[in-house]
Design a protein around this ligand. Structure first.
Ligand SMILES: Cc1cc2nc3c(=O)[nH]c(=O)nc-3n(C[C@H](O)[C@H](O)[C@H](O)COP(=O)(O)OP(=O)(O)OC[C@H]3O[C@@H](n4cnc5c(N)ncnc54)[C@H](O)[C@@H]3O)c2cc1C
Length: 256
């Protein structure tokens, strides 16, 4: 999204055109906008100059939910995260006061490069999911008897559990490192450490959930067990916020 591609025709299309004391916003946002239709206000990213490249023309606006012209779609059904709410936002000539522009025109990319909190929060929640899948499988492996012994005593199962613990701890340390860095250098945290922690924690959560399904054997594929829910919830992390590929490609610009 923020890669410095010179072609102005590429990327986000939502526009904000200044008319006197207001910007007029037009466009459609993903059907996955978190809390769309529930929240009282939204931070909307729009382009204030469609002739400039994306990274130079993005601006952030604070938009109240009751502004005329803003419409919300129905709740999007997802494979997991059942307790959350996501929907589309349609902006049809939405007037936003000029004072609701955050920072200056074209500064969205610059501002977001100083805000690692979203990625760190997501990474932390995925460490929690990775831990839950690990503990669930560990507990099951201690109780389930096969060939006369708890399955944790079969090396094939024990090795999987050890790997789940190792990966979870590594993800946890990355989150702590990103959080600590955000206090010292928000830019380093936002551009490298937080996205690294988020993408790694999601991968660990997906892997642990998949391994939990395996360790639970047949029970793992029943709706009665929690393993399938862990896997569905973990998989959503792949595209939540930014995808694994986009996060990694974005980081490359800031590696030293
Ligand atoms: C739970 C959840 C909450 C969300 N909340 C919000 C929200 O609050 N607000 C909001 O605006 N959006 C939100 N989203 C949308 C989210 O930001 C997008 O789904 C995400 O950025 C991926 O974009 P896309 O779906 O258009 O995928 P696409 O861009 O179509 O990508 C499809 C595939 O192609 C790959 N790909 C695409 N472009 C490239 C490239 N240049 N190089 C390499 N690979 C590429 C991707 O990695 C992916 O694998 C949310 C999504 C989820 C799942």
């Amino acid at each position: 999204m923020f890669c410095p591609i010179p072609d102005s025709s590429i990327g986000l299309k939502t526009s904000a055109v200044r008319e006197g004391n207001v910007y007029i916003l037009n466009g459609t946002k993903s059907s996955l906008v978190t809390n769309a239709g529930i929240a009282d206000a939204y931070f909307i990213i729009a382009r204030t100059d469609l002739d400039k490249p994306l990274h130079e023309s993005l601006s952030i606006f604070y938009v109240e939910a009751n502004t005329p012209g803003i419409k919300f779609g129905k709740k999007t059904q997802m494979i997991g995260w059942k307790a959350s709410h996501h929907a589309e936002i349609v902006l049809d000539n939405v007037p936003v006061p000029v004072e609701n522009l955050i920072g200056q025109e074209g500064e969205a990319a610059k501002l977001l490069m100083l805000l690692p909190e979203v990625a760190i929060g997501l990474a932390a929640s995925y460490v929690g999911l990775a831990r839950a899948a690990y503990e669930y499988a560990l507990n099951y492996a201690k109780q389930r008897i096969s060939w006369g012994r708890p399955i944790i005593e079969h090396q094939a199962v024990a090795l999987k559990l050890a790997q789940m613990m190792i990966d979870t701890q590594a993800a946890r340390l990355m989150v702590w490192d990103a959080a600590l860095t955000s206090e010292i250098s928000p830019q380093l945290a936002a551009t490298v450490k937080a996205p690294a922690a988020k993408t790694f924690a999601v991968d660990v959560a997906i892997k642990n959930a998949q391994t939990a399904v395996e360790i639970l054997g047949g029970y793992g594929v029943t709706k009665e067990s929690l393993a399938g829910k862990f896997l569905a919830d973990a998989t959503i992390g792949y595209s939540c916020d930014f995808t694994r590929e986009i996060l990694r490609l974005g980081m490359v610009n800031f590696l030293s």
